[in-house]
Design a protein around this ligand. Structure first.
Ligand SMILES: Nc1ncnc2c1ncn2[C@@H]1O[C@H](COP(=O)(O)OP(=O)(O)OP(=O)(O)O)[C@@H](O)[C@H]1O
Length: 231
């Protein structure tokens, strides 16, 4: 399980408190008003922002002071972060080896990951030769290869059209379920949260609250969330 124990995450002068548990294998939406601290929570867990107080633990190992690369975390960002001068296979291969020294076995794993996300045969293309949806798929393949138990999504599909976004969300949910990964996903769209998450963390008033059933929270939103959702 992921445990945030009386944790305070600092983002410049803004601080976010969190005291919560996310069970292993859970799929959890992170919802709340704009500027409430959703990205702060995700980046704190990933180690890009410091935990000023308290602790963060994964499966009883304290990761509070670990650098991002050492944490059991893979993150999918708002931008797909593909390198334009590298081929798709190389971009995805970075998930296995930052210096791209890939063994034949590694190369086979890259191809398998590309196949899994529906990019069979596109190994040698550059990101500029792909559609937005295909670039998202490639970024997902790279995250898959990192093989980390905790998958954090900061609205990676926001720029895609609704149909493609749903397709990508379903693919992420399938992959998380196949690998047993624990999924935390920032979402502005209630339908996205309902589609692939069972639990939701409400971030509001400087606090990330303990997960509650997504449907329950969205059906009966507290005032701070009601205003934001416009319901
Ligand atoms: N470097 C910084 N210094 C001070 N305050 C910051 C800094 N970066 C972000 N903030 C503030 O921290 C708060 C939380 O920001 P954060 O990006 O986590 O919110 P969010 O819930 O993800 O917002 P959104 O839904 O709009 O993306 C905001 O009020 C923001 O203005």
């Amino acid at each position: 399980m992921l445990k945030l124990e009386a944790a305070t995450i600092r983002n410049g002068t803004f601080t976010l408190s969190a005291d919560l548990i996310v069970p292993t294998g859970a799929t959890v939406a992170v919802i709340g008003p704009s500027g409430a601290g959703k990205s702060t929570l995700i980046e704190g867990i990933a180690g890009f922002l410091p935990t000023a107080q308290g602790r963060i633990a994964w499966q009883d190992t304290d990761i509070t002071d670990q650098p991002p690369g050492a944490r059991p975390v893979a993150m999918l960002f708002q931008e797909d972060n593909l390198f334009p001068h590298l081929t798709l296979a190389q971009n995805v291969g970075l998930g296995l080896s930052p210096n791209l020294r890939l063994s034949p076995d590694d190369k086979a794993r890259v191809r398998a990951a590309l196949n899994r996300v529906g990019l069979t045969g596109m190994d040698t293309r550059k990101p500029g030769e792909l559609s937005g949806g295909q670039r998202s798929r490639a970024a997902l393949a790279r995250v898959m290869l990192q093989d980390k138990p905790l998958l954090l999504l900061d609205e990676p599909f926001a720029a895609l059209g609704p149909a493609l976004r749903m397709e990508m969300l379903d693919l992420v949910a399938q992959i998380a379920s196949e690998t047993g990964a624990t999924l935390l996903m920032i979402s502005h769209a209630p339908e996205d949260a309902r589609r692939i998450t069972k639990q939701a963390i409400l971030v509001a008033d400087g606090t990330a609250h303990a997960p509650r059933p997504t449907g329950e929270l969205l059906d009966n939103p507290p005032p701070v969330l009601r205003d934001y959702l416009g319901s």
